[in-house]
Structure formats: C-alpha cells, structure tokens
Design a protein around this ligand. Structure first.
Ligand code: UDX
Length: 437
C-alpha cells in the first residue's frame, strides 16, 4: 500500500521504516528541512537500535522516501498518518497546535474524488478525531475522508521490535471502509487488531500509559514500606508479579518514571478528566509518589555523607532509561541538577546520552563528563547509579572500588546484587532494600 507519515520524529520515523520493511511504500513528511536533508543524506537523527539498518535497507529498496511537502505525501498515499508532537502545556493539558496545523495542511492537500484515510498516531486527548474531521471539513467541504485513531504503544530503545511484533493494534473508527483499509495496512504484522470507536481508541492510549505509571508508583510506594520494615522490594515484586493477573513487568522500583511519555500522559489524563468534570485523583497520587522517589533517594545520600557540598560524586547514567540517547525528562538529569544545587562536584558518564545533555543544556557546565565509567568513579566519595545500562553491570567493580576515594554506592535502579557489592567491599544502598552492613 502507499502510505504517508507526517512527522519524522521517534514515532513517525520508526513507524515509516517498519511499514516499509513489511512491503508498503512509505513517504515520510517533515517540515524541518534540516531533518529531511539529513535523512536524504542517509543520516538518522535519532538513536534507536536497528533503525539505521532498517531505514537504509528500505530507502535502497525504494520503499521509503522523505520530503517536506505534505501535498506530495497526500497525493501519493491512500493512508495519511499524523505523528507530530503533542507537547504538554504548563497546566499539563496537551498542546494541539501541531495536530491542528497538520489537519489544515491535509485539508488543503485533499483533492475532490480522492478518498483518504487520515490516521492519528500521536497521543491526543479523547475527542481529537472529531475535531480533526471537523477541521478538515471546514476548510475543504468536498474532501472525501475518514479519520481513524491508531495510537502507538512503542517504547524508546525497543521501538523497532515493539512495532514489528506489537501486542495489539488499536484501530478506532466507525467507518467500514476505513476499517478495511487499516486491516490491510496491518495484515503483514500478524497481530491482534482491536477495532473500536474513535473516542475509545484515543482513551486507550492515556489509560494504558497511566496504568503503567501507576504500577511503577505502586511498587515505589511499596519500596518505602520495605525500607521502613526490613523487607526487600525485589522479592516482593517477584512474589506479586508471579500472579499472572498482576505480572512482573513494570514493577521495578527505582528513581521513578521519566521520559517523554509517562509524565506527560499522566498529567494530560488528569487534565482531560478535570475538563470532563470527573477528577482522577488517583493519578495525582501516582504523580506525587513519583516526585518523592528522588527526594527519598537524596536523603539516603545525605544520611551517609552528611553534607553534599564539595563531595565528589560520580553519576552513572543520564538517559531516562537504557538503550536510548534520550535525556528529556530524565530523572538522572534531575538528580545531577539536584546534586549540583547542593554544591556537590559531579562527574557523569553515560554510554549514549552525554552529547544531547550538553547540546540541550540540561546539565550545568560545571558537571564533568568522563570517557568511561571507571574514569567517572575515580576519586569519587560516592557512586550513584541512575540508569540501568548493561555496560554498568559489565564493569570491573573491583577496579571501581580501588579507584574510588570512599566506596559508597547508591543504586537508583537496583541494578547490582547487594550481596556481591558487599563482598566487593562496597557500602551499598539500593531502593527498597536493606543497606548491606
Ligand atoms: C512508554 C510506554 O511503555 C510505551 O508503550 C508508550 O508508547 C510510550 O511510553 P517509553 O517512555 O519509551 O515508553 O519508556 P518505558 O520503557 O515505558 O519506561 C518509562 C519510564 O518508566 C522510564 O523512566 C523507566 O525507567 C521507568 N520504569 C519502567 C520504571 O521506573 N520501572 C519499571 O518497572 C519500568
């Protein structure tokens, strides 16, 4: 099929590449000339495992191309996906400026007698589909189209496998014609397709991400109880996770959830519910627990080091989770900033995130960046693990211990085994675990 994706960010680019991989002809549109030029020159603007190869293979096979022209994309495609950002506004509600603008652009690109399925992939508040349809109709009353909601559930860092082998595909539409088109788009993926009305599909995205955030805050709240009572949150998570109705996934206690989706989507769902007159106070508590995890963690550092001013602290990890270069809304970045604000001398290392952290000025220039984890730890009075990259487990920890000034490890992601750390001679503090004496 001929497909167009408007917006070549994380979601748009990976979706376009995966659609091309299963045999569709895909044209990716982006209004950022610089980004399109990069893609045309064979450079991938984001780090995502497997994406580089996928894009090159499909560009080579002439199934994937890039343009800045919405008209060209709409002309060439039966289905037009919208994958532009829906950033949060200061009050937590969703900024719909980009979606509205793209709706107008599509509207003026639609030609009479040319039926198109307009699919919203961006995360949007419930009732957006109705507004997109009304906008297109207002500017182009003769346009023949259906609007579909098809939320994307991919995770950064495993976006390609998530897209190629999804748990489910949600298609929100009440048009039989659009349903048929969407079934054909997704047939090669051999995944279960749930067809709903537009509003339900839109709600599924916010409800799913808020539920996963709730799971994380739940185990983080339990981690505080574990610390107070002498239990171990990892064992508690294993024990409750073995109940298949609960599941072990997303029960990893840590510094909390970050990234571009969870914090934004929980806030948005709260704002949507407020606007609908049905306040979702449970989610406010989810947010509160998430915010206090970092406070509790910093308290542990202070309890051991007394004052943080002038302390040399090594931070391993800057990205909001492993296997991505994304440092936006990262708790590791918040942690570095809080340490610096308390006067600590921070040396950080991250396998992929250092460049963007500097480029986007997310950390103060006083933070030193090391070339290796060992270099960061050298001379440090405490080592803080903020992101659970595999590279950190594979470190020669005995050498790290020797290089440190005082061997204190604060593990914000429960990456290390407390008994092993104790054996190596570290004073180890995890989340929801008893400090190894
Ligand atoms: C998430 C959703 O998983 C995905 O379905 C949606 O489309 C976009 O949002 P992503 O933001 O890429 O994906 O990351 P994810 O792997 O879900 O992690 C989000 C945050 O939660 C990270 O900061 C991670 O460290 C944290 N997390 C995750 C935990 O603290 N504990 C866990 O058990 C799982």
């Amino acid at each position: 099929m001929d497909l167009c994706i408007i917006g070549s960010g994380y979601v748009g680019l990976v979706t376009g590449a995966c659609f091309a991989e299963v045999g569709h002809h895909v044209i990716c549109v982006d209004n950022d000339q610089r980004k399109v030029d990069m893609l045309l020159a064979g450079k991938i603007p984001i780090y995502e495992p497997g994406l580089d190869e996928l894009v090159h293979r499909n560009v080579g096979a002439k199934r994937l191309r890039f343009t800045t022209s919405t008209q060209e994309g709409v002309d060439a495609s039966q289905v037009v996906f919208i994958a532009v950002p829906t950033p949060p506004q200061p009050d937590g509600s969703v900024d719909m400026t980009f979606i509205e603008k793209v709706a107008r652009e599509i509207s003026s690109a639609l030609k009479p007698g040319q039926y198109r399925v307009i699919v919203d992939k961006s995360t949007v508040p419930v009732n957006t589909g109705e507004r997109v349809a009304a906008t297109i109709r207002r500017y182009n009353p003769a346009a023949e189209f259906d609007v579909v909601s098809n939320p994307e559930f991919l995770r950064e860092g495993c976006a390609v496998p998530d897209l190629m082998k999804p748990d489910r595909i949600v298609v929100g539409t009440s048009s039989a014609r659009a349903t048929d088109v969407m079934q054909r788009v997704y047939a090669p993926f051999k995944a279960p397709v749930l067809v709903t009305d537009v509003n339900s599909a839109e709600l599924i995205k916010h409800a799913a991400n808020s539920f996963l955030s709730l799971k994380i805050s739940y185990i983080n709240a339990v981690s505080a109880i574990c610390e107070a009572s002498g239990a171990d949150v990892e064992l508690v998570a294993d024990g409750i996770g073995m109940d298949r109705r609960i599941g072990r996934q997303f029960l990893n206690a840590g510094l909390g959830y970050g990234g571009s989706c969870f914090p934004k989507d929980v806030k948005a769902f709260i704002a949507i519910a407020d606007e609908l007159g049905v306040p979702f106070t449970l989610l406010k508590e989810v947010e509160r627990i998430n915010a206090t995890q970092l406070d509790r963690f910093l308290k542990k550092l202070r309890d051991s080091l007394w004052v943080l001013r002038e302390k040399k602290i090594a931070v391993w990890g800057l990205t909001f989770k492993p296997d991505t270069d994304d440092v936006r809304n990262s708790l590791a970045i918040d942690l570095v900033n809080r340490l610096v604000a308390e006067g600590a001398h921070v040396t950080a290392y991250d396998p992929k995130g250092m460049e963007k952290a500097i480029e986007w000025k997310l950390i103060p220039s006083s933070v030193k960046l090391a070339k290796t984890p060992l270099e960061a730890a050298t001379g440090a009075e405490a080592l803080v693990l903020a992101t659970e990259w595999k590279e950190f487990v594979n470190q020669d920890l005995a050498a790290v211990k020797v290089a440190m000034h005082t061997p204190l490890v604060f593990d914000g992601r429960n990456l290390f085994d407390p008994a092993t750390m104790k054996q190596l001679g570290f004073q180890y503090y995890g989340i929801g675990r008893q400090a190894a004496k």
